[in-house]
Design a protein around this ligand. Structure first.
Ligand code: HEM
Length: 489
């Protein structure tokens, strides 16, 4: 296959890149439809009809402008909108007869699949013979060849589009006519009312995602923009120097099915308020939650406003007044090797350590290659009265975690294994062991730094987030779909 020379940074072809990668498909609801291919030749011929449905970055930009214009008119209704994207696992490429050696040569975990990587991610499970079987939902223990993402304004719009997709692959005509078999479908929904944009523990999410050089024209103040190749294959910053034409303008998609024990989380905060003089127990509990995440529920970074929430600042990505008045413009820099302001193990410090590594003596360590574009959505109902009262989860809920990068090894897997699960990360603390990321850390779940006046005090935590499935995928370009994967019958 021909190898593509790297295009210059300005040459991002937005008509060739799937929309979720750089822009995030607009969504109030999103269905992940996981499938196995049963007839490769038929499936590849049906891709000819499917591919025009795939929404590109250029189309998402237009959609977002239409949404903004609609909102500006003061109209509170939602525009009917739907977006489809697709991605394949290594097993899917192999089943279709596509040589993906260029993808697997540096990404052995993509080749293995996430189920085989689960033990090293720290997921719980049992060893049967020589095989580790994670405690996942049974569907995710099966082979998954691909996932189709359908996002939109309402269940009605999404279901209608999904039905059209199923018809293309013959699923509506019964198993003998179809080229694929459904493994499972998971529906995610943005939370209702003022919780919109907040994950189930209550914290505003999706504030900090990488700005991309050559794409984001006016990035908000905050972490340095990344070269496009950190997120899109075949561009400067891609860890692989050459890609076959079909693998250019794509991205690896990591999916994780993460359940959140929300009533247990809330009860834990209530039972362990930070004992800071002058705070009520409720305020102490709120502070503990903020120190777990590194942001208040509103999104205010505790590195900027450590002991009280500041919703005005949270809502401000960019104001010019005052250096710090921006919701992503902080570096954990003032602290040096201390954690009075923000615990070393706080979720946002573990997953983007900013000055902790960038300013590490003698020369600093770049974290550009470890950036990921997160595109998750919530699933499951709001906490019920009974769950609140008992402090126990009855109904499953959590995060359909999804992120893109040109390397899963440097991206998601590195963040989970080398940072979140690593008690001695970040490394600059001389006296205190940071402990695990209190949200997603797997292993001996304890952390220090929750009490600003007693930073070496360690808190032992129950599981708040439980992984119940996942897979590693590659989301190819439109050209790749049209010219390599799809084959006219
Ligand atoms: C249920 C599980 C999770 C919850 C509840 C959660 C929640 C949050 C929240 C509230 C934020 C702050 C908002 C923001 O900065 O955008 C955040 C940021 C972030 N999370 Fe998670 N997250 C979860 C899983 C993960 C996983 C599995 C990873 C990767 C291994 C991850 C990586 C990140 C990153 C990279 C950031 C941005 C850090 C920054 O740029 O400052 N999260 N998360």
């Amino acid at each position: 296959m021909s190898q593509q020379p790297l295009p210059p940074p300005s040459a991002l072809n937005l008509d060739n890149i799937q929309g979720d990668i750089l822009s995030g498909l607009p969504k109030k609801t999103q269905t992940y439809f996981f499938f196995q291919i049963t007839d490769a030749r038929l499936f590849r011929s049906q891709l000819v009809e499917f591919t025009p449905l795939v929404k590109t970055v250029a189309q998402v930009i237009k959609d977002r402008k239409a949404i903004d214009d609609h909102k500006r008119k003061g109209d509170k209704t939602l525009i009917t909108m739907v977006g489809v994207n697709i991605a394949f696992s290594h097993k899917g490429f192999a089943f279709m007869g596509i040589d993906d050696a260029n993808l697997t040569k540096t990404e052995t975990i993509f080749e293995m699949g996430q189920k085989k990587d689960a033990q090293s991610l720290g997921d719980k499970g049992t060893t049967v013979g020589s095989e580790f079987v994670p405690d996942w939902e049974p569907e995710f223990l099966q082979d998954i060849h691909g996932v189709i993402l359908v996002s939109g304004d309402s269940h009605g719009t999404v279901n209608k589009k999904l039905q059209q997709v199923k018809e293309i692959f013959g699923l509506a005509q019964g198993p003998n006519k179809s080229s694929i078999k459904a493994v499972t479908s998971i529906v995610g929904d943005v939370r209702p009312g003022k919780e919109s944009g907040h994950e189930h523990f209550g914290f505003l999410d999706g504030i900090s995602n990488p700005s991309v050089i050559g794409f984001d024209k006016d990035p908000n103040p905050g972490p340095k923009p990344v070269p496009a190749g950190v997120l899109v294959t075949g561009h400067e910053g891609d860890p692989v120097a050459t890609r076959p034409a079909w693998a250019v303008d794509g991205s690896f998609l990591t999916f994780r099915y993460l359940f959140q024990n929300v009533p247990e989380f809330d009860k834990f905060l209530k039972d362990h308020p930070v004992p800071l003089p002058g705070l009520t127990p409720e305020e102490g509990s709120e502070l503990l939650g903020a120190r777990f995440v590194g942001r208040w529920k509103s999104g205010t970074p505790i590195d900027i406003s450590p002991f009280r929430d500041d919703p005005e600042l949270a809502a401000d990505p960019k104001s010019e007044e005052g250096f710090c008045h921006r919701n992503n413009n902080f570096r954990f820099q003032a602290e040096g090797s201390f954690q009075k302001i923000c615990p070393f193990a706080a979720h946002v410090r573990k997953t983007l350590p900013r000055a902790d590594l960038e300013d590490l003596p003698p020369n600093g360590i770049s974290i550009q290659k470890n950036r990921i574009a997160r595109r998750g959505v919530q699933f499951g109902p709001e906490v019920t009265k009974e769950e609140k009262l008992t402090g126990k989860t009855i109904h499953g809920r959590g995060l359909l975690f999804a992120c893109y990068s040109t390397s899963i090894v440097n991206g998601f897997a590195f963040l989970q294994k080398s940072w979140a699960n690593n008690p001695t990360f970040p490394p600059e603390s001389a006296t205190e062991v940071p402990g695990l990321d209190p949200l997603i850390g797997q292993g001996q779940r304890k952390l220090s730094g929750t009490d600003p006046n007693n930073p070496s005090f360690e808190l032992t935590l129950p599981d708040f987030v439980v992984p119940r499935g996942g897979e590693y995928f590659f989301s190819p370009s439109l050209k790749g779909l049209r010219e390599t994967l799809a084959v006219a019958a």
